[in-house]
Design a binder for this molecule. Structure first.
Ligand SMILES: [Zn+2]
Length: 96
């Protein structure tokens, strides 16, 4: 586990990936994890994992919503570190 800089606290917001439950959007692939190699037969344990990019705790790259948006590899990672903030969406209205 990473240690926080002096005077800072790291809060891990990640949620575990499970093959049951969780929140998925309609039509998005669900998380699967299957052991495909084991130590006895292959010398190491290897799993095949599969899931949609909109699964579990994640960051949506701009390209998720905009065809010409940046991919996650193009996003400046320093933008993802800093004071916490949150956004709560309630209902289907677009109130500001
Ligand atoms: Zn997403």
């Amino acid at each position: 586990m990473a240690s926080a800089p002096k005077g800072k606290k790291i809060i891990d917001l990640s949620q575990p990936l499970t093959t049951t439950g969780g929140s998925y959007c309609n039509g998005h692939p669900h998380f699967t994890c299957e052991r495909i190699c084991n130590i006895a037969a292959h010398g190491s344990n290897v799993s095949h994992i599969s899931f949609g990019s909109h699964t579990g705790t994640h960051v949506d790259a701009p390209v998720h919503f905009f065809d010409t948006g940046a991919s996650i590899g193009e996003v400046d990672i320093s933008l993802l570190v800093g004071p916490p903030w949150w956004w709560m969406y309630e209902g289907g209205t677009n109130e500001t």
